[in-house]
Design a protein around this ligand. Structure first.
Ligand SMILES: Cc1cc2nc3c(=O)[nH]c(=O)nc-3n(C[C@H](O)[C@H](O)[C@H](O)COP(=O)(O)OP(=O)(O)OC[C@H]3O[C@@H](n4cnc5c(N)ncnc54)[C@H](O)[C@@H]3O)c2cc1C
Length: 488
């Protein structure tokens, strides 16, 4: 059952109706507290789903709590991403305790944990996730929960279905649609006062013991849950959580914006925000980022010059990726590529390659291309890679593989294994872009056909890839926090 206007579960004065989807209507609350099942938006501030839950609790004079399901078997979960997430949840736990909101972090599939909590809840609020498995969890919870269920979207500036009703062809087609609605939706939710603090020594509804205290040591908890450790931890370079996201945002608005417009495609520099990993785990609101950038651009002309370039990435490109995941059922597969791209890649599938590397050589970063190897090193060692190098990295995998479909799968697999911001709508749109999605045909070349190609000579013409190699080697050897040492 889905009813946007079910009055018992909507709070029109707090949350715009386009952000809200009542997934299971109810005339009123069941006994018990209001539960927010936190999954995609892992933050205690600027979170419309959390504030929505607190507003319902205030309306019904109930306490409210947050329940998180920790799943070591989560698709693609590994130690680097798990530790980053747990660092964030530790901060969420502490911030909620200060606000008088209960918190439980339980082991299990997120939908199971949510359903168990729903059995003792007045109503269940959830956030929105755009990927296949996230949508399946929410559908199951909505159909089986014995209480009202309401989903609140906070991870896109413009809610995905308000922006467009279909899969968009490219940035050019989505841009005017989101720009038209930007002002209307670039509004942060008000913080709702908690009238009934969570009672001490009371455990949020649900089953199984919680891991709240163990969040103090994210590495130990990840080991205890036997999370896949093969890709290693990257916490020497990047730390998760709202505090670190806020520091990255301050660095962006205080300094990086002055050069972002000119230098964002110069991988040897650090004119980037490093916010993607925090956005991926919902540790910062995209609306907060957008507003901070707008404020800085009003204060300084130098920042104003970069504003449009940053908004293009944060809103247009990022929300094009969300649109891709939402409206394209095969968003992470080769079959999601446009027909012209599949045709031209197939026509050139037997072209002679300058080199063919096997997946192990690629993963180890042992090709004859020092720029590509440095990109792979940055990714493997730190969990990050500069956007411009991600484009080159993906294009070269296509160039060096004998089969474009296998190349696509390898690109996606490495992307999701190593990036802290992997397994995101951006991951799948980024990988698909390498193979022609959201792009247009270019002059025909060997192997690529009319799909855009990138070569090392282009890197040298447009930037200083040797300085990029030196930067990566210095950074990996230093093993220190990237945000502390990044030069803008
Ligand atoms: C092959 C390939 C794979 C990619 N894989 C991922 C991925 O796994 N996860 C991911 O979040 N992004 C991915 N991207 C997009 C982009 O490279 C990253 O979002 C960006 O590099 C993150 O670094 P940043 O936060 O410092 O970016 P900044 O340049 O500071 O940009 C700010 C924000 O804008 C958004 N953004 C920037 N560039 C893009 C873009 N090209 N497309 C969509 N949104 C963008 C991101 O949310 C980013 O955090 C990929 C791009 C390519 C070409």
């Amino acid at each position: 059952m889905c009813d946007r206007d079910a009055p018992a579960l909507t709070v029109p004065e707090l949350t715009p109706k386009e952000r809200v989807r009542v997934r299971r209507a109810a005339d009123g609350p069941n006994p018990g507290p209001v539960v927010y099942w936190m999954q995609q938006a892992q933050r205690a501030s600027d979170n419309p789903a959390l504030e929505h839950a607190l507003a319902l609790a205030a309306r019904w004079d109930r306490p409210a709590c947050v329940v998180v399901g920790l799943d070591a078997q989560y698709p693609g979960a590994n130690e680097r991403s798990f530790v980053f997430m747990l660092e964030g949840l530790r901060g969420v736990r502490d911030a909620l305790a200060e606000r008088g909101v209960g918190f439980a972090c339980r082991l299990g599939a997120p939908d199971e944990v949510a359903l168990a909590a729903a059995r003792g809840a007045a109503a269940l609020v959830c956030d929105r996730g755009y990927l296949r498995h996230q949508r399946a969890w929410r559908t199951r919870v909505a159909s089986e929960a014995p209480c009202g269920v309401v989903e609140v979207e906070g991870e896109a500036v413009v809610p995905v279905e308000a922006a467009s009703a279909k899969a968009e062809y490219m940035a050019r087609t989505l841009r005017p649609k989101v720009q038209r609605l930007l002002e209307r939706f670039a509004v942060l939710p008000s913080a709702v006062a908690v009238a009934r603090p969570w009672p001490a020594d009371t455990v949020p509804p649900g089953e199984g013991s919680g891991f709240e205290a163990e969040l103090d040591d994210p590495h130990a908890l990840a080991h205890r849950l036997a999370v896949d450790g093969a890709a290693g931890s990257v916490s020497a370079y990047f730390r998760g959580g709202e505090t670190h996201a806020a520091a990255a945002l301050r660095r962006l608005t205080d300094r990086v914006l002055d050069t972002y417009g000119d230098d964002r495609n110069q991988p040897q520099r650090d004119a980037v925000s490093y916010l993607g990993m925090h956005l991926h785990f919902g540790q910062v609101s995209p609306v907060r980022v957008l507003r901070a950038v707008m404020d800085a651009s009003r204060e300084r002309d130098s920042a104003a010059r970069s504003r449009d370039a940053f908004v293009e990435e944060l809103v247009v490109r990022r929300e094009l990726a969300i649109n891709h995941a939402w409206f394209e059922p095969a968003y992470d597969r080769y079959e999601a590529l446009p027909e012209w791209a599949r045709k031209t890649l197939s026509k050139h599938a037997r072209d002679e390659r300058e080199r063919v590397y096997d997946p192990a050589t690629l993963e180890a970063g042992e090709t004859d291309d020092p720029y590509w190897n440095a990109a792979m090193l940055e990714m493997r060692a730190t969990g990050y890679m500069h956007n411009y190098m991600r484009m080159y990295w993906g294009k070269r995998i296509l160039a060096w593989s004998s089969d474009p479909e296998a190349a696509f799968d390898l690109t996606r697999t490495l992307n999701d294994r190593y990036f802290l911001d992997g397994r995101d709508p951006n991951s799948y749109a980024g990988v698909a872009w390498v193979y022609g999605r959201h792009d247009r045909p270019w002059p025909e070349r060997p192997v690529f056909g009319t799909v855009r190609s990138m070569v090392a000579a282009g890197l040298r013409r447009k930037g200083d890839p040797d300085a990029y190699v030196a930067k990566v080697e210095r950074r990996v050897a230093a093993r220190s926090a990237v945000l502390d040492e990044a030069r803008d």
